[in-house]
Design a protein. Structure first.
Ligand SMILES: O=C(O)CC1=CCC(=O)O1
Length: 91
């Protein structure tokens, strides 16, 4: 199952800098592990924003929910999920 996910990140300005750095490093490691497994198929920066558009290829809605809710930056994100299916004109 393919999903397009937009993540908008908003880390509070008063967050302890060491905690911010640790959270961002854990986010990077977590996402790269999922990219290597193939479940996180693409990640693109949205130009000019602390946001990304990602494509996930997962077995179920529940698996996507598990992945997203375990993101280290999850408490500082708003997330929009769009389920994708094949377009009839796709070749
Ligand atoms: O920087 C972002 O867009 C948030 C993020 C998601 C995965 C990652 O490594 O950073």
């Amino acid at each position: 199952m393919l999903f397009c996910v937009r993540m908008d990140v908003s880390i509070p300005r008063d967050l302890d800098p060491a905690e911010r750095e640790d959270t961002v490093a854990r986010e990077r490691a977590y996402s790269q592990e999922l990219q290597r497994s193939g479940e996180w198929a693409h990640i693109w920066r949205i130009v000019g924003l602390y946001s990304n558009i990602s494509i996930f290829d997962v077995d179920s809605n529940a698996r996507l929910h598990e992945i997203l809710s375990n993101l280290p930056l999850f408490p500082y994100m708003s997330i929009e999920v769009t389920a994708l299916t094949e377009h009839p004109s796709a070749i």
